[in-house]
Structure formats: C-alpha cells, structure tokens
Ligand binder design. Sequence first.
Ligand SMILES: NC(=O)C1=CN([C@@H]2O[C@H](COP(=O)(O)OP(=O)(O)OC[C@H]3O[C@@H](n4cnc5c(N)ncnc54)[C@H](O)[C@@H]3O)[C@@H](O)[C@H]2O)C=CC1
Ligand SMILES: O=C1[C@@H](O)[C@H](O)[C@@H](O)[C@H](O)[C@H]1O
Length: 346
Amino acid sequence: MPVSASPSGPLGIAVLGAGKMGADHVRRVDRLTGGARVAAVADPHPERVAAVAGEIEGCAAVTDPLAALDADGVDAVLIASPGPAHEEALLAALDRGLPIFCEKPLVPEPEAALRVVLAEAKAGRPLISVGFMRRFDAEHQRLKALLEADELGAPRLLHCRHRNLAVHSYFTEAMLITDSVAHEIDSARWLLGQEITAVQVYRPTAALPGHTGLNDPQLVVFETDGGVVVDVEILANGGFGYQVQTEAVCARGTARIGEAHGLMTNTAGRWGGEIAQDYLTRFADAYDRELRAWVDAVRHGTTVGATSWDGYAVAAVSAAGVEAQRTGRRVPVELAPRPDPLMNTV
Ligand SMILES: NC(=O)C1=CN([C@@H]2O[C@H](COP(=O)(O)OP(=O)(O)OC[C@H]3O[C@@H](n4cnc5c(N)ncnc54)[C@H](O)[C@@H]3O)[C@@H](O)[C@H]2O)C=CC1
Ligand SMILES: O=C1[C@@H](O)[C@H](O)[C@@H](O)[C@H](O)[C@H]1O
C-alpha cells in the first residue's frame, strides 16, 4: 500500500539522529529534487538538532526522538541514531505504519533484530529498508553482475579490506564487528547469494602504537554455505584514509574493486594519488542513489536494498563474530526460521 502523503507533494521525512550521518542525510534529502522534504529532525542533543534542522526551512526540531514521528507532515522515517537506539525507533515507527529507512546496523543484537522482523511481519507489508549502501555503489554492483553472469566461474575466496581513518571515541572492540564488519557481512551475503555459517577472528597481540585502546586491526574470517571463505581486514583507526576493497578469487579468474584513487600524478621520479578520507566521500554517490531509490520505493508502497531479514542475518553473524573475538574460537552461525513477510505471524 503506497503512503497516504499527497501523491503530488513531497514525502515528509522525520530524521532521527543529527550526528555525522543524520546531518549528511538531512542535506541529501534536501537536495533530492522535489521528491522529499525533511519535516522534522530529532536528537536528544539540543544544540545539534537546532543546527541541523535550522538548515531546512519549515523543519521541526525536537529533542524527543519519538515525538518526531507524530510531527506535522511526517510520512516516513529515516533512522540515523546509534545502533542500540534503533529498536525503539523501529518498533514505534512500525506501530504507526510508517515506512522506514534505517541506517545500518538494523540493530546490533540478533534477538532485537528478530523482534523487529516479527513486528514488520505483523504490519503485513514491507516497511523497512536498511542502509547498507554498498548495494548501491557502482563498483559493487559491477562485481555482483560479473559474479552472477558466471564469467569467472564459481567464487572461492573474497578478500576484503575495510580501513577507516578514525572511528568515534565511543567505539568498542565489539563495534569493529557490529558497526564496521557489518558491511562486509551484508555485502558478502549479497555478492555471493550465500549465507555465512561460521566466523573466526584473529587479533594481533599488540595494538597499534598511540592507539585508543581498540585491538586494531583484526582479521575476521567467514565460511559460507556455498563453500566460499571470506577474509576481512578491519582497521578502525588507520590514520591515513578510508579504503574499502574487495577481491573475488573465482575458478577462472579474479576481480577487484575499491582500488581507484581519483587523481593520479607522475612527477620528478614519483607517482601518487589520493585516498578518500571517509565514507561520506567514498560512498557519496551510493548514498544519493539509495535515498533516491528509497523515496521512490516508499511512493510505490515498497522497500529497497537490504530488508529487515538481511538486517537480522547481519546481527546474527555479528553476534557470532563478537563471540569469536572474545573466545578466539570458531563460532557457528545459527539463523532463526524466516517468517513469511506477508503473513501476520504474531
Ligand atoms: N552507511 C554508512 O556508511 C554509515 C552508517 N552509519 C550509521 O549511522 C548511524 C549514526 O551514526 P553516526 O552519525 O556516525 O553517529 P553520531 O554519533 O555521529 O550521531 C548519532 C546521533 O544520534 C543522537 N542520538 C542518540 N540517541 C538517539 C535517539 N534515541 N534518537 C535520536 N537520536 C539519538 C546522538 O545525540 C547523535 O547526535 C549508526 O547506525 C551508524 O552505524 C554511520 C556512518 C556511516
Ligand atoms: O558505517 C560506517 C561506520 O558506522 C563504521 O564505523 C565504519 O567503519 C564504516 O566504514 C562506515 O561505512
């Protein structure tokens, strides 16, 4: 069922969370040619919400996140608060029948993710799109198309590197998995069309010098039900830039994405290039495409990209990853039975 907003008017969006990602999405929605407008921004931090909402004419600024869902002109919700706050917002929005774009992770814990999946099933129609933006990145889409076309034969390995310049001061070791490697969990499942069945995490014995306390970097290894092995280097505070790279090793060849550095120079016996400094630059086009696609999908009463079930699968694999990180053991992944999204199961 399409949303009840006037079909000719812009879709009114409440943005929950006015931090780094929320502020960026507010500006993005504002630029989306006429299809949507930010009707309300909510953040418990009063100065932050005033600054972000103040950039948009006629936008309400509220410090109670749930009050934003009931603000005038709100037809849909974009959740950009920290992961642990997502469940409350998701359940409140589902309760109101509002279409939702939820930044990744859906929620960090699998039990909470399953509650969300079941609440959406109870609503009887798909309402949740999860912001795993790599699905909208041109290079990731080309790699997926190549693998699907079977041009290189069956995939055997995926080598992934995920390097950040720096992460938030509140980042924990578990968040290396639940917040950062969550992307590789989603993209590996999506690229391969396979489920992850076990996780192992290797940690160097010493953290990087001058570091924040995170045992950084780490190597996370996944096994899939199609017999593929996926290794992910996660580096949270690398200090030099942002790199997301994937190489697929297949039966008849390999394919690599994420190597491009934009401008390359040759001068006086040297060559060099640029490294993006963060995801907002590296994935700017992907974020634009995913939000445009979401606004279109909402107008047609549907969702785009990762579903709540994908969000649940990521949370289940993440939980196994955190356990593997803690114990040093190989941890199998168990997924709950999948509810039929169109059935009122509860
Ligand atoms: N797709 C992507 O590439 C990225 C996604 N993210 C995701 O976006 C979300 C936000 O991350 P950041 O903006 O980096 O964090 P942040 O820490 O910069 O901002 C979070 C904001 O949410 C506010 N907040 C806290 N509790 C809230 C609640 N209950 N309701 C509404 N707002 C609340 C905080 O006051 C803060 O202003 C997270 O889920 C994160 O994983 C973040 C960076 C990139
Ligand atoms: O989602 C993101 C952040 O939350 C996360 O902290 C980073 O590691 C990721 O690269 C970024 O895309």
